[in-house]
Design a protein around this ligand. Structure first.
Ligand code: ZN
Length: 208
C-alpha cells in the first residue's frame, strides 16, 4: 500500500499481529527506493457481507461460519427454556404499517432483558432469535427424556430411581416414614383397646 505521508508506493511490513477478524501491521515507507522512511500502522479487516441473498434465492442468509466467530461460551438449554417461558410474546402491528398487517414475537427490550445478546435493546437479530429457539428445543428435549425415564421406571414397577431423582425420592421416604409412624400408632391403639377390653372382661368375670 502507498505511504500515507508521501504516497510512495514502496512500503515494508515490519511486524504483524493477528486480531479477531483482522490483522494489524507495522509498515515502513522505504527510503532506499525514494520514500520518506516514516512508519505507520494498518488494520486489515476481513471484508464481510454479513447478510446475503443468493441469486434468484428466496431467503436471506446470515454469515455463521465458525471461522468468523470467537469467544464461544456454553449455553444451558434448560435455562434458555425457562427464560423463553417467562418472556412476554404477543401479536402486534408496526405503527408504520397498515393495521391489518400483524406480526408475532417478543419486543427487543424483553428479548435483551432475558438474553443480553445483540447490539442493543431495540433490535433482535435473526441469528439470536434462531439460536434461542434451538437452545430452548434442546432444553425441552432434555426435559422430555428425563420424564420418559421416570415414567419407564414407574411402569417397570421398580419405583422411582432413588439416585436419579432427588426431590421425589426424598418425598417417598418422608411418606414411608409417615405411614410407618401411623401404623405403629394404630397398633399401639389397638393393643391398648384390647388390654382395656381384657381388663373389663376380667373385672366382669370377678364380679360374676
Ligand atoms: Zn513515505
Amino acid at each position: 500500500m502507498n505511504c500515507p505521508f508521501c504516497s510512495h508506493p514502496d512500503t515494508r511490513v515490519t511486524d504483524s499481529r493477528p486480531e479477531v477478524g483482522a490483522i494489524r501491521r507495522r509498515r515502513e515507507c522505504l527510503e532506499d527506493s525514494g520514500g520518506c522512511g516514516r512508519r505507520f500502522s494498518t488494520l486489515e479487516r476481513v471484508e464481510l457481507a454479513g447478510v446475503s441473498l443468493a441469486a434468484r434465492g428466496g431467503a436471506w442468509s446470515t454469515i455463521s461460519d465458525r471461522s468468523v466467530k470467537a469467544n464461544f461460551a456454553p449455553v444451558d438449554g434448560r435455562e434458555v427454556l425457562d427464560l423463553v417461558a417467562e418472556m412476554p410474546i404477543a401479536s402486534w402491528g408496526y405503527k408504520s404499517q397498515d393495521a391489518s398487517i400483524r406480526h408475532i414475537g417478543p419486543t427487543a427490550q424483553d428479548f435483551y432483558d432475558a438474553f443480553a445478546v445483540g447490539e442493543d435493546d431495540k433490535h433482535i437479530t435473526t441469528v439470536d432469535a434462531d439460536g434461542v429457539a434451538l437452545a430452548a428445543i434442546q432444553g425441552l428435549y432434555e426435559l422430555v427424556q428425563e420424564q420418559e425415564a421416570q415414567i419407564a421406571a414407574l411402569e417397570n414397577g421398580a419405583g422411582i430411581d432413588t439416585a436419579a431423582s432427588g426431590p421425589s425420592s426424598s418425598g417417598l421416604s418422608v411418606t414411608s416414614a409417615l405411614v410407618g409412624g401411623l401404623l405403629a400408632l394404630g397398633l399401639a391403639l389397638v393393643s391398648g383397646l384390647l388390654l382395656v377390653a381384657l381388663r373389663a372382661g376380667r373385672g366382669r368375670g370377678a364380679q360374676a
